[in-house]
Design a protein around this ligand. Structure first.
Ligand SMILES: *Cc1c(COP(=O)(O)O)cnc(C)c1O
Length: 333
């Protein structure tokens, strides 16, 4: 079982490459929520997303002489694994479905990793990973269901509470649950009364449904403004489901329209370029789905968005997500 000691060990393993992102106040969101509201800027990581933490920690634990690593990914984990593999001088093969935006694929290739685009879902990409493990002896690094990855993501929780010991609520985007599970583990070990809330998009929220069902549930993968939150949690989930079930105080769903509006707010009010996945906590707050009781921090998880799509959102144009249209609306307070 993972403990706080694993998270401190992860911090030592990944420093100084992937630690120490700023936790900055958002004047506008503080005003709207009536509480000090802070943003943990993981978009400032060298790969533009927090996933570097878990990937670096996992790669650092591989035995010497490893043939290389492989993973499936919605884009950012692959980029983290590619970065970590390059640092260590080993081969990386990243498997993704064709729902992954081109910007993310390009970022991974630029780090020298091999990219395989397979099928329509994370499950299709996973089949290729299984093949690479069996045939080519590559080590698999799960994007969320790996103890070293979870410990790496948990270092975010340590940093937030060190910077602001008075935080009462953490808002964490929720997909496979490695991020929320790791942060909740760290934060609650230090401050048992802190509230950790996981937020997902309402189109294909695998962890949200799995927690309620009590076992891993399969979801349809569809295009979303929060593309980094797509995909299942794995039929034989070992760690992240139990962690999220036991440690998250609340899980909330938000719509594409709510994500659209929150992306505009983060951009126009805080001047931050971030993926739709990052703003789900802000979206929940603005939609009235969340009550805050004290200083709150939201994890801004990454910036690796398709810039053409991002530009449409912040300039108030309509967005077509493979047939699901989010009506355009110019930003106004
Ligand atoms: C992976 C990812 C998440 C969700 O992390 P999980 O550990 O899968 O829950 C959130 N935001 C971004 C930008 C991501 O890349």
């Amino acid at each position: 079982m993972l403990t706080l000691a694993d998270i401190f060990a992860a911090r030592a393993a990944i420093a100084p490459v992937a630690t120490g992102t700023p936790l900055v106040p958002s004047p506008y969101l503080s005003e709207v929520s009536g509480q000090p509201f802070l943003l943990k800027l993981e978009n400032m990581q060298p790969i533009g997303a927090f996933k570097l933490r878990g990937a670096l920690n996992a790669v650092s634990r591989l035995p010497g002489g490893s043939a290389g690593v492989t993973c499936c990914s919605t884009g950012n984990h692959g980029r983290g694994v590619a970065f970590a593999a390059r640092e260590r001088g080993i081969r990386a093969v990243i498997c993704m479905s064709n729902l992954v935006p081109q910007a993310k694929i390009d970022g991974i290739r630029a780090l020298g990793a091999e990219v395989r685009i397979v099928g329509q879902s994370q499950d299709d990409a996973q089949a290729e990973v299984d093949r690479l493990v069996a045939r080519e002896g590559l080590a698999e690094i799960s994007p969320f269901d790996d103890a070293h990855v979870i410990a790496g993501q948990g270092t975010i929780g340590l940093e937030m509470l060190e910077a602001r010991p008075d935080l009462t609520t953490l808002l964490v985007p929720l997909s496979g649950g490695g991020l929320a599970g790791g942060i909740a583990l760290a934060a609650k070990a230090i401050r048992p009364d802190i509230r950790v809330v996981g937020i997902s998009m309402d189109r294909g929220p695998a962890m949200y449904r799995s927690i309620r069902a009590g076992h891993p549930v399969e979801v349809d993968e569809v295009q979303s403004l929060a593309d980094s939150l797509g995909g299942g949690i794995g039929a034989d989930n070992r760690f992240s489901l139990a962690l999220c079930r036991d440690l998250l105080d609340q899980t909330i769903l938000v719509s594409e329209e709510e994500i659209y509006r929150a992306m505009q707010i983060l951009y126009w009010e805080d001047r931050i370029v971030a993926e739709g996945a990052c703003v789900v906590g802000i979206a929940a707050l603005l939609a009235g789905k969340l009550t805050l009781t004290g200083p709150t921090a939201a994890v801004i998880t990454g910036r690796n968005c398709d810039m053409a799509l991002f530009t449409r959102v912040v300039t108030g144009q309509s967005v077509d997500l493979d047939g699901y249209v989010v009506e355009g609306r110019a930003y106004a307070r």
